[in-house]
Design a protein around this ligand. Sequence first.
Ligand code: ADP
Ligand code: MG
Length: 407
Amino acid sequence: MNESPTGADAAVDPETAAAAQAAALVAARFRELHGADPEGVWSAPGRVNLIGEHTDYNAGLCLPIAIPQRTLVAARRRTDRRLTLASLQEPRGYDLGLDDVAAGAPQGWGAYAAGVPWALARRRHDVGGLDLVVDGRVPLGAGLSSSAALECAVAVACSDLFTLGLVEHDTGRAELASACRDAENVVAQAPTGGMDQSAALRCTPAHALLLDCRDGSTQQVPFDLPAHGLVLLVMDTRARHALVDGQYAARRQSCERAAHDLGVRSLREVPADSLDRALPRLDDDVTRRRARHVVTEIQRVRDTVTALRADDFAAVGVLFDESHASMRDDFEISCAELDLAVETARRHGALGSRMTGGGFGGSAIAVVPADRLAVVTEAVTEAFAHADFRAPQCFPVQAAGPARRDG
Ligand code: ADP
Ligand code: MG
């Protein structure tokens, strides 16, 4: 037998060790604040969407992966139906009654956490008061879904602490994802689709999650770039342009108008090969371009899944590029920083690159040969400095696992 020199410890992989360390840190913070141990620590990942942007609220398809960056929550039950909330990332703390949570209340970050027990209770799950201490390792507002990571970490904590039995099977996880979406839509009043919460709860390591937003069904699609000498590079532009909420609402409205004028329930019902006949029936150019993005993007998700299943990463790269052009020109949700990241990555050897997430800032992704990673990262950093943009944060990610108990 091959005994390792350091014995059993050598068998602990670095990711497990890092997760244990992060859990110990947030537990220590909980002890400082509450003078007692938490009952446990739970975590949920951020996500990047490989392709399929602004398709979720059109009953379409999207293809997220969970990323290794996670949000942790140390939690303990209370007997008095109160919620106390603290975050290592935000100075504001909360102490409120579970029954004070409502549409639009509380305001601020606490809505994302307090909204989860509220949404579970509304679905007739028996949840009570909690002390929660949050440590978010997903960058906030970077388009990597720190909001869903927070909600979903709280959700798995609730399921375990109040023995709801929802984390152990996919149907339960889908239910948790819906509750987290309610928390975000109703309590935090952010009108997002359900992709982020499904990704945080239902993704699996080395796979992308093909999510059909029409019926909530999913398929696991192999996504193991390192096995093919490639990496997925995330480029957080650190640009956060104003008016995002208004623009998001405007895009949703355009899509609804297009579906209405075409006489379909959603743009999902418009097949890509009928687009040439459908578009002339819309009477303004902007609505036509918005609809074209959604319909072609849904088809690109299907084509990406086919390419991934055939290990055809060159084809995946082309689809990424086409998706970016569609978001830039037809859906008009890109910005100068995102375009520069994408173009620079491509010019220095990426197979393909696109913005990811809601747009107007946030992050872009690129499929990069492993031996070009340093070159691409450096080129993007330099291009940003040259353009006088804030320094971007570039880091490779692998498809990671879903929300879970960590300690
Ligand atoms: P994204 O989900 O892309 O990161 P959002 O605007 O949807 O961006 O969500 C970011 C918001 O989520 C933050 O402004 C904050 O209100 C809340 N949030 C996320 N992570 C944390 C955290 N660790 N602590 C406190 N609030 C958080
Ligand atoms: Mg979010």
